[in-house]
Design a protein around this ligand. Sequence first.
Ligand code: TXA
Ligand code: MG
Length: 329
Amino acid sequence: MASGDLHSLLVTTVVRVDPDQPDPRELAAAGAALREGRLVAFPTETVYGLGAHALSPEAVTAVFAAKARPMGNPLIVHVTDRAGAAEIAELTPLADRLIDRFWPGPLTLVLTAREPVPEATRGGLSTVAVRAPAHPVADALLTVAGVPVAAPSANASGRPSPTTAAHVLADLAGQVDVVVDGGPCRFGVESTVVDARGNVPSVLREGVVTREQLPDVAADGEAHRSPGSRFQHYAPRCEVVIAPAGDAPARAGQLARQGHAVGLIAPQPAPASVRTLATPQDAAALGAVLYDALREAETSGLDVVVVAAVAELGVGRAVMDRLRRAAAG
Ligand code: TXA
Ligand code: MG
């Protein structure tokens, strides 16, 4: 590393907390760090977030720098409840209904931003994305911090999202003040992002809350994608091959015979020459293990990972979206 970079490196502190009943006293320093404009990574029910004071342009700019994230890609602001959302966004009748039904939970609402939200948080748009996470640690941290917290996934831009504190440290050690370790994330797939300004929700990013669960979803087109979908995403440092479900083990075996170091993520066990990374039995289980398995593949030096496709129904839609992006990287 060039010596000129040294001043920008921090000592990252890791705070372990009980995932189900975190002690607010153990989160006091992390909450103060957020209030003071420093960066704190924390678990949510979807993936780990890289948090910063959402109303501080300096703090938010530091998030973009730590992740090397393009400035035009806006951040999701995390709040504890409807009142917290109403301080930063214009709530609509549709937003009220969705909040009643899905919060706290993995549904992000895009709404017209209110005055205090800085341009950097909005990525230059007139809207702001807001969600109340359903993770006891995220909720306790937001309560202790007492400020809205902008948090993208806590990976370096373009990498698989982090589902453990170890993943966060692999990408961002030295770039973040505190990592709150609350164990592995439950879903492993990000929140669903919907535009809730109109009368019906329009899906901007597929996620844990499915189209089937949402009321009267608007017909979707390429024009209505979140800005983030323009950028390369979720790519590990090895090749990802998507195979039809039943064919995945045979395809993995064939690649191994050609001399590749191959891993398999499929419901069935791998042939002898192939490393079994995970054996998820359905789309939700694949979502929960996918990012971790891709990171394990790269740390164990594999050059190809074969993943068995799942049906694009329910959460399978979001999982296949992430998988295709990982394969495109
Ligand atoms: O589950 C999640 O959503 C996680 C956890 C930490 O909450 N966060 C997350 O953030 O995935 P990020 O930054 O990795 O993805 C946010 C997505 C991006 O595609 C971004 O473009 C979109 O939400 N987004 C944010 N603000 C938006 C806005 N105002 N309008 C449209 N899309 C927006
Ligand atoms: Mg992300």
